[in-house]
Write a protein that binds this ligand. Structure first.
Ligand code: APR
Ligand code: ZN
Ligand code: ZN
Length: 376
C-alpha cells in the first residue's frame, strides 16, 4: 500500500511526563514536510541516554516525548527538496545533525553542528511543529529522530544512506554507542601505534573505545570496571589486562601509574562519573598523557581536580559522538564493518521485539547487557 502523503498509525514508546514509565501507544505520524524524511525504523538500540530522558536528567527535553536515538531503517517517503535519500534506501538517523552550512560544519576539526540540541532545541521539527500525535495530543520529537517509533520523521540533515547489504539490526549501533567509543580513540585521542591506553567503564561505549584503541595499534589496553563480568568480552575485543578498582587498596590511578611506570598515554572515561574522570586524568603520563571524556556527566555537575595535573603537561579533552561528522563518516564506518575491520556484533547481547522495551531497560539497569537491540 502506498503510504506517501498519508498519516500512518503505528506503535511507539511514549514518555508522558518525567518519572512515568515508557508506555507503548498507537501514534499518528504525519507525512514529511519540505526537507524532511519519513523512515520506517527496523531496529533500534537502547542507550543509557534514553534512560536519562525517563528520569528527566537529559537537558532541554519537552514531554510528552518519544525517545530513542540509535536506530536504523528504510526511507518510506520524502518531502519536497530532499536530495540525499529516496524511498527504499537503508538509512541511519543521526543524533548529531550535519547541516553542512553552519560554522562548525564548515570547520574540519569539529562535528558539533550548530543545529544540535546544545544550541537549538530538537524537540519539534525545524518549523516548530510536531509530526507525532497520540490521543489527540502533540508528542515531542527527541533529538529530531525519535527511533522508538515504528515510523518517524526527521529533517534531511539528520539522516544518511548506508550500504543496502548491511543488516539493520546490527547497523543501528552506528547511530550512537559504537561510533561514540570507537571515534573517541581514533579521532579525539588519535591513539598512536605502540601506546598504552586505559579504558574506564566497559559497557557498550567503553568496549567500542577498546576496539578503537586496538584498531589504532595500541600495544597495551587496560580495561577498568567494577563489574568483573565485563572482563571476558573486553579481552575478546582487545583489552590486554583488566582491573577492578574494588580489588585494590590504593586508588586505581596509583595502580595504573605503578603498572605502567609513569602513567598511561591515553585514558578514556566511559562511565559518566566525575570520580572516574578525575581518576582517568590522574592516571595519565606526566607531561604528555591525554585523558578523553566520553561518558555523559550528571546534569548540572561541576568538575574539581588538581590543576597541577594539567600544568604538568597532561591534556583533558571531550569527545562528542566520537568526533565524527556523522553524515560523512557513518557510511564509511558501515563499509569498514562489512569488511570485518571490527567486531560490532559482539556488543549486542540481546535482540528483543520492540514490545519488550521495558524488559530491555530493566536488563540495562541491572548491568546484565552490553547493547540491547529492539526490532519492530
Ligand atoms: N569504575 C569503573 N567502572 C564503572 C564504575 C566505576 N566507578 N561505575 C560503573 N562502571 C562501569 C559499569 O559497571 C559498566 O560496565 O561502567 C560501565 C558503564 O557501561 P553502561 O552502563 O553499559 O554505559 P554505556 O552505554 O557504555 O555508556 C557509558 O557513555 O554515552 C555515555 O551516557 C553514556 O555516560 C554513559 C557512558
Ligand atoms: Zn551544521
Ligand atoms: Zn546514545
Amino acid at each position: 500500500m502506498d503510504t506517501s502523503g498519508k498519516t500512518i498509525k503505528c506503535k511507539a514508546a511514549v514518555i508522558w511526563e518525567v518519572g512515568r514509565p515508557l508506555s507503548i501507544e498507537e501514534v499518528e505520524v504525519a507525512p514529511p514536510k519540505s526537507h524532511e524524511v519519513r523512515i520506517k525504523i527496523i531496529a533500534t538500540g537502547i542507550c543509557g541516554t534514553d534512560g536519562h530522558v525517563l528520569t528527566g536528567s537529559f537537558p532541554k527535553v519537552e514531554y510528552p516525548v518519544i525517545p530513542g536515538h540509535e536506530g536504523a531503517g528504510i526511507v518510506e517517503s520524502i518531502g519536497e527538496g530532499v536530495t540525499g535519500v529516496k524511498p527504499g534506501d537503508k538509512v541511519i538517523p543521526l543524533c548529531l545533525p550535519q547541516c553542512g552550512e553552519c560554522s562548525s560544519c564548515l570547520k574540519a576539526n569539529t562535528n558539533c553542528c550548530l543545529k544540535t540540541h546544545l544550541y537549538e532545541p530538537q524537540n519539534l521539527m525545524p518549523d516548530k511543529t510536531s509530526r507525532f500525535t497520540c490521543k489527540g495530543k502533540q508528542i515531542h520529537h527527541f533529538l529530531w529522530i525519535s527511533t522508538f517509533s515504528e515510523y518517524t520523521v526527521m529533517p534531511d540533515s539528520t539522516v544518511v544512506k548506508i550500504d543496502a547489504a548491511v543488516p539493520l539490526d546490527k547497523a543501528c549501533l552506528f547511530g550512537c554507542g559504537f561510533s561514540t567509543g570507537y571515534g573517541a580513540a581514533l579521532n579525539t585521542a588519535q591513539v598512536m601505534p605502540g601506546s598504552t591506553c586505559a579504558v574506564f567503564g566497559l559497557g557498550g561505549v567503553g568496549l567500542s573505545v577498546v576496539m578503537g584503541c586496538k584498531a589504532a595499534g595500541a600495544s597495551r589496553i587496560i580495561g577498568v570496571d567494577i563489574n568483573k563480568e565485563k572482563f571476558v568480552k573486553a579481552k575478546e575485543l582487545g583489552a590486554t589486562e583488566c582491573l577492578n578498582p574494588q580489588d585494590h587498596e590504593k586508588p586505581i590511578q596509583e595502580v595504573l601509574v605503578e603498572m605502567t611506570g609513569h602513567g598511561v598515554d591515553y585514558a578514556f572515561e566511559a562511565v559518566g562519573c566525575l570520580d572516574t574522570l578525575r581518576a582517568a586524568l590522574a592516571s595519565c603520563h606526566l607531561g604528555c598523557g591525554v585523558c578523553v571524556m566520553v561518558g555523559v556527566p550528571p546534569l548540572g555537575s561541576q568538575l574539581a581536580f588538581d590543576p597541577m595535573l594539567l600544568l604538568t603537561g597532561r591534556t583533558l579533552k571531550g569527545s562528542f559522538i566520537g568526533g565524527w561528522k556523522m553524515k560523512d563518516s557513518i557510511p564509511q564506518l558501515v563499509t569498514s564493518y562489512m569488511e570485518k575491520k571490527f567486531n560490532l556484533d559482539a556488543l549486542i547481547t540481546h535482540t528483543l521485539p520492540f514490545s519488550k522495551i521495558t524488559e530491555g531497560f530493566d536488563l540495562l539497569h541491572a548491568g546484565k547487557s552490553i547493547r540491547i537491540v529492539l526490532v519492530f
